[in-house]
Design a protein around this ligand. Sequence first.
Ligand code: SAM
Length: 878
Amino acid sequence: MGKAQKKTGKGRLDKYYKLAKEQGYRARSAFKLIQLNKKYSFLESARCTIDLCAAPGGWLQVSSKYMPPNSLIIGVDLDPIKPIPRVITFAADITTTHCRNLLRNEMKDWKADVVLHDGAPNVGTAWIQDAFSQSELVLMSLKLAVEFLIKGGTFVTKVFRSVDYNSLLWVFNQLFGKVEATKPPSSRNVSAEIFVVCREFLAPKFIDPKFLDPKHVFKDPASLLSVDGPSVNDTQANVFHPEKKRRHRSGYADNDYTLFHTVSATKFIREPEPIALLGTYNKITFETEEEKEWLNLEITKSDIKSNCDDLKVLGKGDFKALLKWRLNLREDLGIDVSAKNVEDATEVVDVTEVVDEEQQLSEELERLNAETAARLKRERRKTNEIRTRTIQRMQLKMTAPLDIGLEQTDASLNLGQEDIFDMEHTNKLIRGKQQSVFWTDNDGDVVIDDEEEGGSGSEDDEEEEGLDTDEERERKVAQLEGDIDNLYDAYQERLRDRDLKYKTKESRKKNAQREEWDGVAAKDSDDDSDSEESEGGWEIMENQKANDDDSSSDSSSDESDDEENPESNRNKRRRATDPKTTPKTKKQKVSSNPVRPSVPAASHASSVWFKQDLFKGVGDLDVSDDGMESESEQSEGDANAMEVDEVQYRNSDSEDDDFEVVPQDNSDDETMWDVDNENEDEAKRSKVGDRALLTAEAVTLAQMLVNRQTTKTELINDGFNRYSLNAKDGLPGWFLEEEAKHYKANIPITKEAVDALRAKQRALDARPIKKVAEAKARKKFKAAQRLDKAMKKAEGVISTTDMTEREKAQQIVKLMAKGSAKKREHKEVKVVVARGSTRGVKGRPKGVKGRYLMVDSRMKKELRAKKRKDKANRKRSK
Ligand SMILES: C[S@@+](CC[C@H](N)C(=O)[O-])C[C@H]1O[C@@H](n2cnc3c(N)ncnc32)[C@H](O)[C@@H]1O
């Protein structure tokens, strides 16, 4: 292939290029032949193929691959072709007789089954010239084909769709039984090439030379330009739809050797067909004096000048501007005035344009409408799909409605895009719903209304909404919050189900909470309480009271009330212990004494305090100011402390007193801190010993105390921080969970504390395990025993008289050595298998030192046999 044809543009490196590289073909065009052969199967049966214009050899490679072995393949090209196995190649111009002779030499009297031609003349000149040369080349290749083809053979050629295309087809049809034009998929659409497969060569005895003579086959190019030049319609279309690229199906005018054409401004202004000119030419030139003067006119604005420079890049608006400019100039020049007035002329052009434009507009409108409808349909379908998917996921409990953003906008969930914490909006929403569902009639009955929710939104409605009772609104808000809580709970539950680790995390969290520091005061009470370890001082008291309530209150009591109203809890406790107190009195008490919540802690503690033996008999006098009644009651001989309390309570209740003594159960005393309780003190001490210095915080605080960096009072005071009295009543679960993560008192820890704990842990880890220690001790004990034994023997030796001193000394040394010697280590026995060089060897085999044991398969079998026999004998003897 000529160098000028090298294809380096990125766009050209397509899949066939890559495939060709992969499969080792020299040119991507190889796939064209592969695809043609796939369609017509001419290579498989061919014994001889001639490839005209074969360089670099892609088609030759394909032929070699698909043709049967030992077939003849000849390739010719202007360029030399690198050798290909079992392919003959030579360089020649196929239009010359030299090439014909070379072929003849190679072919001898053989005939070719297939003649291929993929020739392409060197490009670079005008397209029209290329096309013509291509057609000529095709005819030349046909000339060679008819000379060398066998009857019934196949000729495959590439042609360009030019004005000569039909002429060529006509000739092919005269010489072949079947002629088909096809464009294989690997041939680029942008290329004007097409492949003609001519099969069943007729091999006529006489072929009219005119069939193969370009002068006769192809039309006179000079005549073509005038006859087949671009039509007025085409050029008009070029002007009004410049964005549309048209294929030159009929080819370009043959006599036109350039693609760049200019037209003088005079011609454009004076010619009656300006649109045709605009569609044909590339540039409007201003060369004459008159034309240059036009450039200086006011109507010739800069954009007109630049438009004239390159007509091929103009849009519809630019063409219109040029046409208007032309009309204005013609008006100025007074052209056409005699034939038709200027207005008419303007109108004529306008009409043409308007017709075109209207049509175009209506088409555009239709297209846009269709596009919009299609888009809406697509969007609807998408929304439906998302909704269905979401519902499915919700059904499968894969998501809560608020898990994903999309659902928030889902009207079916009654939640808009507004912030859910926007209470104003929420209230509105609730009121809207409320309005639509309930209303109260004159009799005060609730009536259900089917009216659509939030329908009107008028001012009147809003006023009415404003008149809704606070109670109802609160109820709705509570309901909404409840819903959110439920959703959150459901979400948590699903999380829990999904994530097995969650449970571990939870338990870890609980442990962490148990270890959490609640201040020194809280810890104290923590130590005293068995059940409420995680709570601080105030909370312990609160919870204790709540527990008391739970245990003592009526089984029919409402739990939710307990949670919501601690005040009612206290009242219930009173009710439980004081059967005489009527509910009505309690209610009055609650409403009349709103500051009561601060009192119970004091009363509880004080009641514990006054239960001490010390105060027996005087407690009632101290705690009650208005002691008259209580005194009288006490004087009646009521010695029971419980009853005293009850009386006190009754009195305080009836007298609207701020000071309140909460009646205590006996069981309370057990759980409360008691100075006399020594056992508890002991337990506390052991707990401190066991657990107190297990955390880095505790170690740090202890260090600070020891180093007098802080005092006990300071620590107690620090314990009452903003986190310690953090009431959690009525807070939603999700909030508490978040709080648990982020709202914690930050107790400082020092590096030393952490190091100390680590060292402690390391010491623990380094401790030997019990069994090892025991074994070591055993060993030690046995060694001592041995030594004792040796000593005793030595004493015996000394006391004997039979031996000389020297012998005695030698004997003692031996005994002591034996006694102090470690237990002899078990000596290793080397097992030697009797095979190869060691087979049949008697005595120590070569290269074996120390203790050894000879084993062989024979011995193994014999041993087994012996065992068997012994067993049998034993049985028989029995
Ligand atoms: C598209 S390439 C052929 C590629 C070939 N089919 C392959 O698959 O490798 C066209 C070839 O035609 C050759 N050619 C053009 N004019 C020729 C002529 N007059 N005689 C011989 N070869 C010619 C060019 O040299 C060029 O290599």
